[in-house]
Each structure stands twice: as structure tokens, then as C-alpha cells.
Design a binder for this molecule. Structure first.
Ligand code: BGC
Ligand code: NOJ
Length: 820
């Protein structure tokens, strides 16, 4: 499947094993996977590049990685094999030595990757994964001698330690070249930089059959050499170096003498461990790490039977997690994404928010408030207890004003002062996130949890009050037309209407030099209506009828304002700038129509009755939709507009300046379903579905198994090229759009609603949904062209389309729906 052979695929989907199998190492970009799903994480590329960290990619980075390197992806979990007779050495994962390999494959699966190949008759692959519940990763290297003669080989495995704070590690060399420290005991390498003083954690790298090691990078690589040609691997012997300062690393050597046909497995374990402060050293008073509690863990996982058992547990975990929702439709791309990859990506976005990928350096951003709340839409059904914890963490960073820190650092769970708050859409996303949680779980107790404001002890109030403050935040921040003031930005981080920046290097997100009393956002108005109705429904369920009425009253008022000042004749306006001029209007020269306000208003059901929603969706179809997805706005901004901010800083067709921002496409999909237009909804869904784009791998370039944040828009020379894969709200929103609105299996406060709006030519579909302890087996059959549905539950016809909990202990319920 080489480029130029007419094929543009770089691998294939193995749906049965839930893997994507890459068959060519030089993919257009590194195609990555995530290891770990709880506290210990790794990023791994298809050629074994990447790094690991504990909880926080900035503050607890275990291994070093150089972003924006040349070549792109260099540095990682590298294994080398050396033929001690021919003295030749190579890497079964292609990088770093880049030999011409036979049968190279990288199988990226659910929480693991297996990378290997055959070279000179030696078949070798390494399985990398993080066992559930442990702060470590396992590499299982399997080597088979396919030759007719005995093979005398050496194996090497290497990683480069990071001195914990990845930002400091990449900049503060005058200090850091002096601080590195390691210990080596029983063949295990312990990285303990700063352990002697204020840290009580260390990393380790262990091997099941070590015969030699190195811990100083220069000893391992040799002067002026890189990972493709370590002097020690070339010579066939490590030097047992002990790092003092400079660059601590871990390398192990193993001996592999293999008879013809013989297979041998070696296990490596890389991990993170913390000791109680008072028990750091052994013997007490010494400077030697106390290894009493870590040694049994290391010994356990160096045993390959234990490693295999941990791998099986990981497989079952994913079987169960994905089993919460499974579907079978006539479209294989829908099935594959919903059943496997989109759900899997939702786990990654939940875990990382936007912090660590191959495009997010792990040092730039913590967890986004708006981002993490939206991520819950695609995650909450998989592990509701973790969603609950996340909601409480997020709410604890909310400010007493109801506003929110835009981001928080996962290790400290405190709001980031660097970026602060003032993004006026932020607070409403908390309502959206909490509502999704309530609909999934019915766990009303979360609303009574006492949660701090700004992490201040003593400021605790019930979570419900946080939601009230979120809503009220906007009521006290209305602009001249009665629309919400935009603040630093709304969903579109690059629409910075109070910034007016003419100074190079200023952050568009934190620079504010206008008083912020004029620029308004129609998008926030739509979000306010949406969130207000969600909050009203919650209040009503809590028996707070007067309050519910108040919320509805406020949303009605806002609807009137939208109708009067937020409608442009054929579509919804986007905003008003600091001069009170329209943005996203036919009167504008550029940026006449935007996706966000139109998509979100339609999604919120605004204008369904009076034709505005239909008109807006038609306009989006006419002006913004392309074959590769829907662009943010048209016409693209061709020059920098001081009063608009970052949006006009991007060349036309990229990012927020008329790129195809995949996150917001589902708003239009949902809008189309609200109009009953299933063909259009699923068509938009398919245009950006990465699996459906696999065939155009040379154009798309990013992984075909996960969404990217952006696809270049029609104004860009690279129209159709995806960028910034993995960490994007695209994951949750597409999942939510296809599952809850197109397939129409929707969680509500009352029960499971079944309201499919599927393409006309689908004869139906079946699905399994585990919901609040009951397995719903859903079968939809199309008998007519429309979207009216008649439901039976275990053979009995029901009124309406909400399936209530059986309440009589039935564990499985058959739901049959006839569409006509
Ligand atoms: C990007 C946005 C991003 C923002 C904040 C901008 O440069 O275009 O997508 O949200 O930075 O990090
Ligand atoms: C990426 C950010 O993470 C997200 O919060 C924002 O909405 C989009 N960029 C659009 O600007």
C-alpha cells in the first residue's frame, strides 16, 4: 500500500479486534495512540515515539519528548536488536534506525499498541500498555528466530527521563544539567532527580533479564550521535554508566540466543512511584530511595504471565466500557466510529482535555472549563463516577461571580491565573455538563454536594447554587441590544472583540483593552436559552416551580431579543463588535455568515416554529457546507481586522478563519435532526467522519480512526487536509450528535427517549444501550419516509417515545420502534 501505487491508505481497520492496523511506518504524520486511562498516561506513535507522564503532562513528565523536532517524531520507547554475528542493528518499530523492514505493522488498540516487523529473518514486536489501576507501563518484547540457524542477538530498550516539570526541563539548562540523579539496584534503574529535597516521587525502568544498563545519555549515544546510531548498540555493549547531572536516561541490554523457530519474551516496566514523606529513605537518614513498596510491584509485572493477565483485564475493561452502547446500522463507518473509535476518543478527550497530544505540548494548557464540560457529553455514559468527580472539580474552580477560570491544572486542580476568566460562555457549559450527568444517571445527589468557589475553603455551596450563578452571570452582563456581552471570547476563542491588539506576541485571549460593555454574542444568547431550559427542567424536577418559571421567563426574553437583534433575514447574526456593528451579516464585506450562532440556535430549537431554523440551516448548506465539512464562516477574512482579533490573524481557510472546525459541525447535524432532515444530518456526519475519509489518507493526513480539530477549508490551498488530531470537542459532539440525535437514542431526565432521525434509505438499525442498570435492546424498522415513531416495550405499545425504567427488576428490555 505504498503511495504512488494508486492506494492512499496506510493501513486498515480490524473491527473485530478493535484495532487500526498501520502497515506503512512513514504515515503522512505520526499516527498516535494513548496508553493509560486513569492517572498514568503515555502517548505512543506508530513508530514508538512519544512520552509518558503521571496525571499532568506539564508538572509530572516522566520521559522527555522534543516537540516540533526534525524528523517530526523522534524520541520515544525505543527497542533495538543487534545481530552479534553480522554486527548489524535495527529497530523493529522502524524508528529510530529506519531500516527497510518486512511486514511492519502497528496495531493501535484500546489502550495498547503493538508495533513490530521482521528483519533479517528475525520477527519482533513490542506490546505497550498500562495495566488498570497501576502507575506504570509494560513493554512486552517478543522475538522469534525465523532463520534456519541459531541467532545470537542482543536487545536494547531505552527511554530518556524528563526532569519532571516539562516546561522547566526544556528551558532551564544552566540548572538542570547539574541536578540529574539515579540509582541502580538489582538491575532496576531509578530516576530520582530532586528526590533528595522537595519531591517524594521517582520513576523506574526495569527489565526481566538485564545484563547491562546505561543511565547517562551521552554514554549510551556517544558524542554527536542520536538515537538512530547509539555507540553502545553499535558496539553491542552498554557501559553501566551512572548519571550525575546532564541527561539521565534508562537503557537495558538483554541477551537473546535463539534456536531456529524459538521465541523469547522480555518484559520491561517503566513506572512512577510515590513514597510517604516521612518514609522516603531506606535506611532512614540516608539518601537512598526506600524501595520497599515499589519492589513488589516491579517484580509482579516483570513476570510475563502477570503482564498477560493485566492485558486481559484491560481488554475486558474496554469490552465492558464500549458495551454500554453498541449499534448496527447500514453504514459501516457509523458503526465503527460509534462502537469503537469515537467512544475511545471521548475517553482520551475526557482524560486529557486539550493538554497533551502531538499538537498540544502538555505544557501549554491545563484542562479547559468549557472543553471538559462539553467532553462529558460523549463520556458520561462510559464511567459516570469519573464524570461526577470531574464536574465537582470543575465547579470548584468557578468564581463567586459565576464566571469561571478558563482552565485548571489537573495535578493541583486549581484555576490557572495565567489565563484567568472572562470567557462569557464558560459558565453555561457547567449547566450543560451537569444536565448530561443527571440525564445519564438520575443521580440527583450531585446537586447537593458542597462545592467551593475558586477553591477557597469556607466558600462551599451546593452544586445547584453554582448552576444558578452560572445562569445569573449572563443576566448581569447584557449589552446594548440586550444580548450577552462576549467578554474575552465565546466558544470561538479567536473572536476577540475587546482586544484590539497591534502588538506582536500579545495573547489574543488575555489582552483586553476595551471596557467590554458593547460587544455582544448571539452565540452566547443561543447557549443561554439552551442552558436556561435545561436548568428550568432541573429546577422543576426538584420541585422548584417558581424558579423554573423564572428561568423560562428569562429565556423567553432572550428569545425575543434574538428575534429582534440576532436575526439577519436569512440566518442568525454572529455578534456585535465594540462599535456596535454587526458581525456575520449580509451587510458585512467578509464574515457574512457564521456556523456557530446558526448551528447552536437550531440545536437549541430556536426558530423551529417560525421557519428561522430551517432558513438558517438552508443558508449554512448554501454558503458554508463543502465536501470536506462545514466551514466556520464565509467569506473568509482576507486581512487583519483589529476589532475582530485572532480570527482574522489566520490565513483564509485555516482554524477559526473559515477552516472546517469539526467541533461545531455536529451543531448543524443536530439542527438538521430538529428539522426532521435525517439525510442532511447524516450526510454532514459522513463528510467529516474520519473512517469515511480513510481512502483519502494522502489528503486527510491525520489518523483515520479519530477526529481532528480542523480540516482546511475551501479557501486554503490544502483544502481537505486535517490538523490537530485527537484532543478536540469534536469527539464528544459528534458522538452525541450521531447517538442521541441521528440514531435518536437520547437520555432525558425522565428516561430513555427513542426518536431517530435517520436517512430515508436506511431500513432501520439495532442497538444495545445499558442505561441506569437496564439493558435496552432497541430495534428500529422503517416503514415510511418520516420520523414518527410507534414504540413497543417488551411487546406492549407505549404512549410517546420515552421508555421509562421497568421498575420490576427486568434486566433486559426489548424496545421496538416503527418509523413511518
Ligand atoms: C486557537 C484556538 C484555541 C486558542 C486558545 C488559538 O490560537 O486557534 O483554537 O482555542 O488559541 O488556546
Ligand atoms: C479550541 C478550544 O479548546 C475550544 O474551547 C474552543 O471552543 C475552540 N478552540 C474554538 O476556538
Amino acid at each position: 500500500m505504498r503511495k504512488g501505487d494508486g492506494e492512499v491508505k496506510f493501513g486498515y481497520f480490524d473491527d473485530r479486534d478493535r484495532e487500526y492496523v498501520i502497515t506503512q511506518p512513514d504515515t503522512p504524520l505520526p499516527w498516535i495512540n494513548y496508553l493509560g486511562c486513569e492517572a498514568y498516561f503515555g502517548i505512543i506513535s506508530n513508530t514508538a515515539g512519544g512520552y509518558s507522564f503521571y496525571r499532568d503532562a506539564r508538572l509530572r513528565r516522566l520521559t522527555r519528548y522534543r516537540y516540533n523536532n526534525v524528523p517530526f517524531d523522534f524520541g520515544g520507547r525505543y527497542v533495538y536488536l543487534r545481530d552479534n554475528e553480522s554486527k548489524e542493528f535495527w529497530s523493529p518499530s522502524w524508528q529510530p534506525t529506519r531500516h527497510e523492514l518486512k511486514d511492519y505493522t502497528c496495531r493501535h488498540g484500546m489502550g495498547y499498541s503493538v508495533i513490530g516487523s521482521t528483519y533479517a529473518g528475525i520477527e519482533a514486536h513490542t506490546r505497550y500498555f498500562v495495566p488498570l489501576g497501576e502507575n506504570l507501563e509494560i513493554w512486552q518484547l517478543t522475538v522469534t528466530n525465523g532463520r534456519a540457524t541459531k541467532a545470537r542477538l542482543s536487545g536494547f530498550a531505552s527511554i530518556e527521563f524528563c526532569l519532571w516539570d516539562a516546561q522547566d526541563d526544556a528551558t532551564n539548562f544552566q540548572r538542570n544539567f547539574n541536578t540529574g540523579q539515579v540509582e541502580v539496584e538489582d538491575g532496576v534503574i531509578y530516576h530520582k532527580t530532586e528526590y533528595r529535597e522537595r519531591r517524594n516521587h521517582f520513576a523506574y525502568f526495569a527489565c526481566s533479564e538485564p545484563v547491562g544498563f546505561d543511565t547517562q545519555r551521552e554514554a549510551f549515544l556517544g558524542r554527536y550521535r542520536s538515537w538512530d546510531k547509539p555507540v553502545t548498540v553499535e558496539a553491542g555493549a552498554l557501559t553501566n554508566s551512572i548519571a550525575h547531572g546532564w541527561s539521565p536516561m534508562g537503557a537495558h541490554q538483554v541477551s537473546l540466543e535463539l534456536e531456529p523457530g524459538e521465541t523469547k519474551e522480555i518484559v520491561f516496566v517503566l513506572g512512577y512511584h510515590e513514597n510517604p514523606v516521612e518514609d522516603k529513605f531506606d535506611p532512614p537518614g540516608s539518601q537512598t530511595i526506600n524501595k520497599k513498596t515499589v519492589k513488589p510491584v516491579i517484580a509482579k509485572y516483570l513476570d510475563s504471565a502477570e503482564a498477560d493477565a493485566a492485558f486481559e483485564r484491560l481488554r475486558s475493561y474496554w469490552e465492558k466500557t464500549l458495551g454500554v452502547f453498541q449499534v448496527n446500522t447500514p453504514d459501516p463507518h457509523t458503526n465503527r466510529m460509534v462502537n469503537i473509535w469515537n467512544a475511545y476518543q471521548c475517553m482520551a478527550t475526557f482524560n486529557m482535555s486539550r493538554s497533551a497530544s502531538f499538537y498540544e505540548s502538555g505544557i501549554g494548557r491545563g484542562l479547559g472549563f468549557r472543553d471538559s464540560n462539553q467532553d462529558l457529553l460523549g463520556f458520561v455514559h462510559m464511567v459516570p463516577s469519573r464524570a461526577r468527580e470531574r464536574i465537582l472539580d470543575l465547579a470548584a474552580t468557578q468564581l463567586p461571580t459565576g464566571g469561571a477560570y478558563h482552565q485548571y491544572q489537573p495535578l493541583t486542580k486549581r484555576g490557572n491565573n495565567d489565563i484567568g476568566g472572562g470567557f462569557n460562555d464558560d459558565p453555561h457549559w457547567l449547566i450543560v455538563g451537569v444536565s448530561a450527568y443527571l440525564k445519564e444517571t438520575g443521580d440527583w445527589s450531585i446537586l447537593d454536594e458542597a462545592v467551593q468557589y475558586d477553591n477557597e475553603p469556607g466558600s462551599e455551596q451546593p452544586l445547584y447554587e453554582h448552576l444558578q450563578r452560572s445562569f445569573n452571570y449572563t443576566l448581569t452582563r447584557l449589552g446594548p441590544h440586550g444580548l450577552p456581552l462576549i467578554g474575552r471570547a465565546d466558544w470561538n476563542d479567536c473572536l476577540n472583540l475587546n482586544c484590539f491588539s497591534d502588538t506582536p506576541g500579545q495573547s489574543f485571549q488575555t489582552t483586553t483593552n476595551k471596557d467590554g460593555k458593547v460587544a455582544e454574542s448571539v452565540f452566547i444568547a443561543g447557549l443561554f436559552v439552551y442552558a436556561g431550559r435545561e436548568l428550568a427542567a432541573i429546577a422543576e424536577k426538584r420541585g422548584l416551580e417558581a424558579e423554573a418559571k423564572k428561568y423560562i421567563g428569562e429565556t423567553e426574553k432572550m428569545l425575543a431579543v434574538i428575534n429582534e437583534h440576532g436575526w439577519d433575514g436569512e440566518w442568525f447574526l454572529r455578534a456585535y463588535d465594540d462599535f456596535g456593528r454587526k458581525i456575520g451579516s449580509k451587510e458585512c464585506e467578509e464574515g457574512k455568515i457564521f456556523i456557530e450562532s446558526n448551528g447552536f440556535c437550531a440545536l437549541a430549537g430556536i426558530g423551529l416554529e417560525d421557519g428561522k431554523a430551517a432558513s438558517a440551516m438552508d443558508a449554512v448548506g448554501k454558503h458554508l457546507a463543502t465536501k470536506h465539512g462545514i466551514v466556520v464562516q464565509q467569506p473568509a477574512y482576507s486581512k487583519y481586522y483589529l476589532e475582530l482579533g485572532e480570527i482574522s490573524s489566520y490565513p483564509p481557510g485555516y482554524k477559526e478563519n473559515a477552516g472546517i472546525f469539526c467541533h461545531v459541525n455536529p451543531w448543524v447535524m443536530i439542527g438538521e435532526t430538529r428539522l426532521g432532515r435525517g439525510d442532511a444530518a447524516h450526510d454532514y456526519y459522513s463528510r467529516i467522519n474520519p473512517s469515511a475519509r480513510e481512502e483519502i489518507g494522502d489528503l486527510h493526513r491525520c489518523e483515520p480512526y479519530v477526529y481532528a480539530q480542523m480540516i482546511a477549508g475551501k479557501d486554503a490551498p490544502t483544502f481537505g487536509e486535517a490538523k490537530n488530531s485527537w484532543l478536540t470537542g469534536t469527539a464528544a459532539w459528534n458522538y452525541y450528535a450521531i447517538v442521541q440525535w441521528i440514531l435518536g437514542i437520547r437520555t432525558t431526565l425522565e428516561g430513555l427517549e427513542i426518536a431517530p432521525v435517520i436517512p430515508k434509505n436506511w431500513p432501520g438499525f439495532t442497538a444495545t444501550r445499558r442505561f441506569r442498570g437496564v439493558a435496552y435492546e432497541v430495534a428500529i424498522e422503517r416503514r415510511g419516509d418520516g420520523n414518527s415513531i410507534a414504540l413497543t416495550v417488551d411487546g406492549e405499545a407505549i404512549e410517546g417515545n420515552i421508555v421509562k425504567a421497568p421498575g420490576d427488576g427486568r434486566g433486559t428490555v426489548m424496545v421496538k420502534g416503527i418509523l413511518s
